[in-house]
Design a protein around this ligand. Structure first.
Ligand SMILES: [Ca+2]
Length: 178
């Protein structure tokens, strides 16, 4: 009988240990993810790229950690709509995309690289199974407001994106102008 009690206790301990997960419930694997391909976005189909999607490898800490970032970068003067208090992919209501906006909405030429999706090694040195999307929640589609600024002419609109958390791939599925 004692033997079975001991086995039961061991089983409970194993369960408790294996059921403990990190705060984001990531399942860790050892393989570095494949980096998706970069591409340009030509919003008005005039043959000139207006934004670029780039992926790059980055060393992010002295412990040998690294990460892959998928970012959107404007060409020229083009701008994206941000909400200062929220993640970059905050936009759910296209009605918020207006030529003139009020705080905390702000039009920005992101001279820095704006991260849409990333994946980072954990403290234990493993890659998570899923990429992290720069949004408070997971949705089927995400939206970005943009201003296309060329030769003193400004067009305002939005792009609808799909972002796959399994492989980090970003796709522009629809573009709309006001
Ligand atoms: Ca263009």
């Amino acid at each position: 009988m004692k033997k079975y009690t001991a086995l039961l206790i061991v089983a409970i301990i194993i369960c408790l240990l294996s059921c403990q997960k990190g705060p984001n419930n990531d399942v860790l694997t050892g393989e570095k993810p494949e980096i998706p391909s970069d591409f340009d976005i030509d919003l008005n189909n005039d043959g000139n790229p207006d934004f670029a999607i780039h992926y790059f490898d980055a060393e992010i800490n002295t412990l040998g950690g690294s990460a892959i970032f998928g970012v959107i970068e404007p060409y020229g003067e083009n701008e994206v709509l941000l909400k200062e208090t929220e993640p970059k992919l905050f936009l759910r209501n296209i009605g918020e995309v207006q030529p003139t906006v009020e705080d905390p909405l702000i039009w920005v030429n992101t001279g820095w690289l704006m991260t849409l999706v990333d994946i980072e090694v954990s403290e234990s040195g493993s890659w998570p199974e899923k990429w992290a999307i720069n949004s408070t929640e997971t949705f089927e589609f995400y939206f970005l407001g943009f201003k296309l600024i060329e030769n003193n002419d400004t067009k305002t609109g939005w792009m609808k994106l799909s972002i796959d958390s399994n492989n980090g791939e970003i796709q522009v599925v629809e573009i709309g102008f006001l």
